[in-house]
Design a protein around this ligand. Structure first.
Ligand SMILES: *[C@@H]1O[C@H](CO)[C@@H](O)[C@H](O)[C@H]1NC(C)=O
Ligand SMILES: *[C@@H]1O[C@H](CO)[C@@H](O)[C@H](O)[C@H]1NC(C)=O
Ligand SMILES: *[C@@H]1O[C@H](CO)[C@@H](O)[C@H](O)[C@H]1NC(C)=O
Ligand SMILES: *[C@@H]1O[C@H](CO)[C@@H](O)[C@H](O)[C@H]1NC(C)=O
Ligand SMILES: *[C@@H]1O[C@H](CO)[C@@H](O)[C@H](O)[C@H]1NC(C)=O
Ligand SMILES: *[C@@H]1O[C@H](CO)[C@@H](O)[C@H](O)[C@H]1NC(C)=O
Ligand SMILES: *[C@@H]1O[C@H](CO)[C@@H](O)[C@H](O)[C@H]1NC(C)=O
Ligand SMILES: *[C@@H]1O[C@H](CO)[C@@H](O)[C@H](O)[C@H]1NC(C)=O
Ligand SMILES: *[C@@H]1O[C@H](CO)[C@@H](O)[C@H](O)[C@H]1NC(C)=O
Ligand SMILES: *[C@@H]1O[C@H](CO)[C@@H](O)[C@H](O)[C@H]1NC(C)=O
Ligand SMILES: *[C@H]1O[C@H](CO)[C@@H](O)[C@H](O)[C@H]1NC(C)=O
Length: 840
């Protein structure tokens, strides 16, 4: 009976120390994910002597955290911090590589209960549009692939597939020579790498010049043989000496066979690399000769390992392992005096990357092909298409909506065509899920007008066209500011007012964007001090810092937010975010005019809003006349327009996260602008205390669904906006423990179910409103604050509804208002007091 030695190679990981060496190999990319860029980056990792740096300049998204201290035990840097991605489906690192060079790409994920949830997340990794692997994390996961990038940029993407939050600890990229690890197709995913020895060392750089990580393996029924002499390893695989100097052989020299079994999933195409070197000096009458096969297919017959010379054998074409096993057999040949030996082994599965970059003829790359006419509907039959490059043709017509239904499609390039660049809403939605869409001019932040589908949002087009005009108006005003000598901002508010006034006429000029772009926006701290006269007059304290009054160029009034020191953690991120925010212009958003980013001093310079915030006006704290009902509706419509713009007019879109009445600022004619947008993203980095402030939002305004899902999306802003709308209508406090129903939504529903609208209205209005428009507004507010986000309207729908309210209110002006009041307009819905969130 044939007996055999089986080595069941399981994923075995040990944490052994490796020798310290100083040299840094050329072309290595070593990223310590989640390392704050301001803190010791780069640093020299002690085990390898390699330089690791923060990942912050390779990715703009994600947040950083540290693994639990007591779990740090065996994990040294770069494995003690993580970057995690609570927002978005797909988050990508953008890494500059050498095109055409073969790389070993290794990622590590060490959970370390960084989020306190004690649950190992599961998510997918992609290389560009191509699926690499599902990362089913445990305490320690390491994944590796040998891949040749086809361009100078490599996108490494973490993709959310479930409710788990993707995270990553380290990314390592090591160039390999072209003639190592050859595959006839695709890239190679590592599943096993062992050297056979009694030692317990993990071998790494610099013992391994390519920084492969080798674990040792031994088993009782084989014995280790070794040499103390140096093995010639100067072939392309360059095995570490300590991996090749020892070998496994049968403990019983009469045994004919070594069997090695890899557990591997069925239908994987597999390459096995076997590394050999004879370590014994055989006498003239001695031989060691054996046949090598993989799952019955011969790799080499009558093989004799070379003495002190390493040699690597592998199956020339991939083998599919049936029965979930790959079995390597080394069978002693008849004339051999010695049993087979094996020094080291590696196993890879082929990752077939189907995108066009590996196959230029698969019809997806139709770039520069002289195509004319409209985009052919036949494309939608290519259901597995992942990348569609139709750039640099003469295509005309509209961007077809069917592209959004092609679920595999991750990259679309339609730039340099004559297409109508209005983008269907369905495609915009896909963009939020990670689709990369390039259309001329579209990739620029907040291009008004590019985001609209006519069919779905007829009113929206008007709104966005209006904002184009408005941007122009703002630019004209900036000029006026620049050339004015006297400080005043009174007139600023008057012109844009027309945006939400129905029937207003707009005028525009041909002023180009470049003039505003070239304006100086970055200021030194000294300039900030001069601007604010040494922080003389504080206007108030907002999120992340104190706001001071100042003058820009001695004339333009500005509000300068000096960020508290703890905010400066995410320095690089801050800068990137601010650069983005500087490009956001909308008449209903408080304009960011500049910033200061000296390391210890971060400041944001905003347009000054002379009339304070909505809350002050409602509460009467500011004095003056009571805001009348139609003014309140206008303010609501303005604020809604600003939010709508953040949600769908900006690229990438933004969620405000802290919509509340104190964040709605008013101008002289009560035009409203949203303040503090875009910041919550920057400031979640690094500083835990801010994470909690931001996540907590403002009590009473925060979407209750957030507690269940942990996700803040556009619909969370809609909820908060609904609360503001209720404040505008009722002038009640959002949370008032002295009321029978403390939370404003509960209170409103409670009062409404008694059927009396007059009792919920702000008494300061003295009944001076049209009850039809009031009902519509109340109904809208209740829809916005629906506990279930799917039932809430989008901001675009909110805008439309508020404008209709406003025009109905205005058209009723002058008529007898009282004929309508008190219930002649039937309320069509009932409000469930139990469904609304309880007060916090
Ligand atoms: C990736 O980074 C390079 C340089 O850092 C930049 O030029 C390029 O635009 C980036 N690509 C993407 C898709 O962000
Ligand atoms: C590997 O191949 C690429 C492209 O074919 C080439 O640019 C590069 O020089 C080669 N590298 C080596 C080490 O041969
Ligand atoms: C290998 O085998 C030897 C002897 O049986 C044992 O002492 C040693 O711990 C083993 N090493 C590993 C890594 O299992
Ligand atoms: C080492 O091996 C390479 C082939 O892999 C060979 O070209 C070279 O001559 C060898 N060096 C020595 C010192 O034997
Ligand atoms: C060694 O293997 C041979 C052949 O399988 C067997 O007859 C013999 O008993 C084995 N010796 C020992 C010590 O196990
Ligand atoms: C090889 O030859 C030596 C003498 O040179 C002898 O002692 C030994 O037994 C031989 N080995 C074999 C396997 O025949
Ligand atoms: C666009 O196509 C034309 C010819 O059709 C070619 O000359 C030009 O280089 C292409 N441009 C780009 C950026 O590919
Ligand atoms: C898509 O494929 C179906 C059959 O596979 C074919 O009948 C149809 O004409 C194709 N559509 C287009 C637009 O080519
Ligand atoms: C889209 O195609 C154009 C022209 O071929 C090219 O310049 C641009 O870089 C491409 N954009 C992306 C994101 O691939
Ligand atoms: C682009 O398409 C939109 C919607 O179909 C249409 O309203 C607009 O007139 C088109 N623009 C041009 C320049 O054809
Ligand atoms: C596809 O695009 C690449 C650049 O991305 C270009 O080099 C290649 O020639 C294009 N192929 C065809 C068939 O036009």
């Amino acid at each position: 009976m044939e007996s055999s030695y089986k080595l069941l190679l399981v994923a075995l990981v040990t944490f052994a120390t490796v020798r310290f060496v100083q040299a840094q190999d050329e072309g290595f990319i070593s990223l310590d994910c989640g390392l704050s860029p301001t803190e010791q980056s780069p640093y020299t990792e002690s085990a390898t002597g390699l330089q690791y740096s923060s990942d912050s300049s390779y990715i703009q998204t994600g947040k950083i955290a540290r693994i639990q201290r007591d779990l740090e035990g065996p994990h040294l840097k770069p494995q003690t911090t993580v970057r995690y991605f609570p927002d978005g489906i797909r988050n990508c690192y953008n890494i500059t590589v050498k095109q055409g060079t073969k790389y070993m790409i290794r990622v590590r994920a060490i959970y370390g209960n960084y989020d306190g949830l004690n649950t190992y997340p599961r998510f997918d990794l992609y290389i560009g549009p191509n699926f690499w692997i599902t990362l089913d994390t445990k305490e320690y996961v390491r994944k590796e692939i040998v891949h040749i990038p086809r361009s100078n940029m490599l996108d490494l993407c973490l993709v959310k597939t479930d409710t788990f939050t993707p995270f990553i600890s380290a990314i390592e990229m090591r160039p390999l020579p072209n003639n190592s690890y050859i595959t006839t197709s695709g890239s190679l995913k590592l599943f096993s790498r062992y050297y056979f020895s009694n030692s317990e060392d993990v071998l790494r750089y610099s013992e391994d010049v390519y920084d492969r990580m080798w674990n040792s393996y031994n088993q009782t029924d084989w014995k280790e043989i070794s040499t103390s002499l140096t093995v010639n390893t100067s072939d392309s695989f360059r095995l570490p000496q300590n991996a090749i100097k020892t070998a496994a052989t049968s403990a019983n020299a009469s045994e004919p066979l070594i069997d090695i079994e890899f557990p591997e999933s069925a239908n994987d195409k597999v390459y096995i690399y076997l590394h050999f070197s004879e370590v014994h000096a055989l006498k003239a009458n001695e031989t060691r000769e054996f046949d090598i096969s993989l799952n019955g297919e011969s790799i080499k017959d009558s093989y004799k390992p070379l003495y002190l010379q390493s040699e690597t054998l592998s199956n020339p074409s991939p083998v599919i392992c049936t029965g979930q096993k790959c079995i390597v057999k080394l069978t002693r040949s008849g004339k051999s005096t010695h049993p087979p030996l094996l020094n080291a082994i590696e196993g890879f599965a082929v990752a077939d990357f189907l995108q066009s970059e590996t196959d230029e003829n698969d019809g997806t790359n139709l770039s520069s092909n002289g195509l004319a006419g409209t985009i052919d509907a036949g494309i939608q039959n290519l259901t597995h298409l992942e990348k569609l490059d139709l750039s640099n043709n003469s295509l005309t017509g509209v961007i077809p909506e069917f592209l959004a239904n092609m679920k595999s499609l991750m990259i679309i390039n339609l730039s340099k065509n004559h297409l109508n660049d209005s983008i269907p809403q369905a495609l915009r939605d896909r963009e939020k899920e990670g689709l990369k869409l390039s259309v001329d001019g579209h990739a620029i932040a907040c291009l008004p007008g590019s985001c609209v589908s006519k069919k779905k949002f007829p009113v929206l087009i008007v709104a966005l066209v209006a904002s184009v005009v408005v941007v122009v108006i703002v630019m004209v005003l900036v000029f006026i500011f620049v050339f004015r000598k006297k400080k005043t901002s009174d007139h600023v508010e008057a012109i844009p007012r027309s945006v939400v006034t129905p029937g207003a006429n707009f005028t525009s000029t041909n002023t180009s964007e470049t003039s505003i772009e070239t304006k100086k926006r970055r200021f030194s701290y000294a300039e900030v001090m001069q601007m604010t006269n040494n922080l003389e007059r504080a206007l108030g304290e907002g999120g992340f810092g104190v706001v001071y009054h100042g003058y820009l160029n001695g004339s333009q009034q500005v509000a300068v937010k000096v960020l508290s020191e703890s905010s400066s953690q995410g320095y690089k991120h801050f800068k990137a975010e601010v650069e983005l925010l500087l490009r956001v212009h909308h008449i209903n958003l408080v304009n960011l005019v500049g910033y200061c980013d000296e390391r210890d001093h971060l400041a944001l310079i905003y347009e000054y809003m002379p009339s304070g915030d909505l809350k002050e006006h409602l509460s009467g704290k500011r004095g003056g006349s009571v805001l009348n009902w139609s003014t309140r509706l206008r303010i609501a419509a303005d604020a809604a327009l600003g939010l709508e713009y953040l949600h769908i007019g900006c690229q990438p879109s933004m969620v405000h996260r802290d919509v509340k009445s104190t964040n709605i600022l008013l101008g002289e004619q009560f035009s409203a602008k949203i303040a503090d947008f875009g910041l919550s993203r920057s400031f979640q980095l690094g500083d835990e205390s801010h994470v909690s402030t931001v996540v907590a939002g403002t009590p009473g305004y925060l979407d209750p669904e957030y507690y269940r899902t942990g996700r803040l999306a556009e619909m969370s802003d809609v909820y908060s906006f609904g609360i503001v709308l209720l404040e505008i209508i009722t002038n009640q406090r959002v949370i008032d423990q002295s009321r029978e129903k403390p939370h404003i939504t509960e209170w409103t529903a409670f009062m409404l179910n008694r059927g009396d609208i007059a009792r919920i209205m702000d008494p300061k209005l003295h009944g001076d409103y049209n009850s039809r428009s009031v009902w519509r507004a109340v109904e809208l507010a209740m829809l916005c604050t629906n506990p279930s986000s799917e039932k809430r309207p989008t901001m675009s729908q909110v805008v439309i509804e508020l404008k209709e309210c406003l025009s109905s209110e205005n058209s009723m002006k002058g008529k007898n208002q009282d004929t309508e009041s008190h219930g002649s307009f039937e309320m069509s819905m009932s409000f469930d007091t139990k469904a609304v969130p309880s007060a916090r």
